[in-house]
Design a protein around this ligand. Structure first.
Ligand SMILES: *[C@@H]1O[C@H](CO)[C@@H](O)[C@H](O)[C@H]1NC(C)=O
Length: 461
């Protein structure tokens, strides 16, 4: 009987939606049948967004194991209890602290965990704690907890392996060793990594310091795309127990051995060049900054070609939209609409999102700090001719032409201002080239404490 009363706390009326139509699971039936007791918990029903140590997980695959559910929690703290509702494809996970639970929910809200190609849904439970009884189901859960939870045993001893084999399918953009490290480091300490191509497939072997991290990474990342719509990760455990890395270079890295030589593996410039072709918060900050002061930028994690840009007021937002909508950036037309959000949320402390969200409110690079400044009268639509200013005396025409050509722009014409060699116009091959050049060279350090200022010009040469 005792078990049943305790379980009621969990199945209070209206809680976590799922219990309204409980039928097949006898464990639940025995408790919901007791209508009286549920009254005790009236007024305790909170919205699912209220933080709780208890996490409610939905849409689990029907062959889900206890260990897999626990692994979702392990990277964020100790998992203190587990309730599996297999018939409902759901589970409850209790973390040791509310903070751990918040980290977990925060993380999975940007990065939906995929288990065997199924997205699963994670939210706070209405319950403050998870009380479970000694039913046979629960014994299995408790056994799994004892086996996997880092608070109870040495996880390395029971987790399958610390080495993951990663195959990247649909490789439209190149994937670098550094990019993989960044992604996989979210789940634990990456000790060693090797990338290679086998059977025309890009692959990596990646060794974590512990098996729980490897398992968590596999659970969360398997089936995920690195970039929007491409570069899909297929992850399995490797039979290797450790990786043998000889060189630290673009193809292999041993983070425990910074002293290793670089070997003959040439760092590939290709990769660095391509990496800059992705839209970054900085790139949007500089471009939108032409039309107003950009406060925050967020690149959407799951749709990396989508971003939110927060301007300092709505007039600036309108202006940026009218001038930049339809322009080409990194080879694709940019579509801009007004967001229903009024501000961009920053990731919570300790939830750095791979630098996808940036706050620029204190940036010294804003162009419109002072109301009525001259900068307001120099706002023009994107054009192939750029206005350069703040050029130091030592910098000559050829320096600037070479600088702009260095990023791939075709320099068609150049002219210093007659009376003032601090300013010049430069005409490049296209509006698109001008946009790329402005992003690249605005604020470029020309020495002598001069940072180049770049704007679109209204005149041509
Ligand atoms: C005008 O814009 C430049 C960048 O082009 C910036 O350095 C300067 O601080 C801006 N002036 C004001 C008053 O905001």
């Amino acid at each position: 009987r005792r078990g049943q009363t305790e379980v009621l706390l969990l199945f209070q009326r209206g809680s976590d939606e799922l219990f309204s139509s409980v039928s097949s699971n006898p464990y639940i039936m025995s408790t919901t049948a007791n209508g009286n007791d549920s009254k005790k918990f009236k007024g305790d029903i909170r919205g699912p967004s209220v933080p709780s140590r208890v996490i409610h997980i939905r849409k689990l695959p029907s062959d889900i194991t206890e260990a897999e559910v626990i692994s979702l929690g392990v990277p964020f703290g100790d998992v203190t209890n587990l309730l599996m509702l297999k018939a409902k494809n759901q589970a409850f996970l209790e973390m040791n602290s509310e903070e751990a639970a918040q980290n977990l929910v925060g993380y999975y809200s940007t990065m939906v965990p995929i288990i065997r190609h199924h997205p699963v849904y994670v939210q706070f439970s209405n319950h403050k704690e998870l009380k479970t009884d000694n039913s046979p189901n629960q014994e299995r859960a408790q056994a799994a907890l004892r086996a996997l939870s880092s608070s109870h045993v040495d996880t390395a001893a029971v987790a399958p392996s610390t080495v993951l084999r990663v195959v990247v399918e649909n490789l439209i953009y190149p994937v670098t060793l550094d990019a993989l490290c960044q992604i996989f480091s979210k789940f634990g300490t990456v000790l060693r990594i090797i990338i290679f191509t086998k059977n025309n497939q890009f692959q990596a072997l990646l060794q974590y310091s512990d098996g729980a991290s490897a398992q968590a990474a596999k659970l969360s990342l398997d089936g995920q795309n690195i970039y929007n719509g491409c570069c899909t990760l297929r992850i399995s455990f490797s039979k290797l127990t450790s990786l043998n890395v000889k060189y630290n270079n673009e193809k292999s890295r041993d983070f425990t051995r910074p002293d290793l030589p670089t070997g003959d593996g040439q760092p590939t410039m290709e990769h660095t060049a391509m990496a800059t072709a992705f839209i970054t918060p900085h790139c949007l900050f500089i471009l939108f900054g032409v039309y107003g002061d950009v406060m925050r930028v967020k690149i959407l994690f799951n749709k990396k070609e989508n971003a939110l840009v927060q301007m300092s007021d709505s007039t600036q937002a309108q202006l940026a939209m009218s001038h930049l909508n339809g322009q080409r950036l990194h080879g694709k037309p940019v579509r801009i609409t007004l967001s229903k959000h009024t501000s961009v949320q920053l990731p919570r402390e300790g939830h750095e999102d791979q630098g996808l969200t940036k706050d620029y409110s204190n940036s010294p690079l804003h162009r419109f700090k002072k109301p009525g400044s001259k900068n307001y009268s120099n706002i023009f639509p994107p054009s192939a001719t750029l206005h350069l200013s703040n050029i130091p005396p030592s910098v000559v025409e050829d320096d600037l032409k070479m600088l702009f050509a260095s990023s791939g722009a075709v320099v068609k014409a150049f002219k210093f201002f007659q009376k003032d060699h601090k300013m010049a116009l430069i005409q490049v091959g296209s509006v698109e080239e001008a946009i790329e050049s402005l992003i690249e060279f605005h604020n470029h350090d020309l020495g002598e404490n001069h940072h180049l200022r770049v704007s679109f010009s209204k005149s041509s040469i």
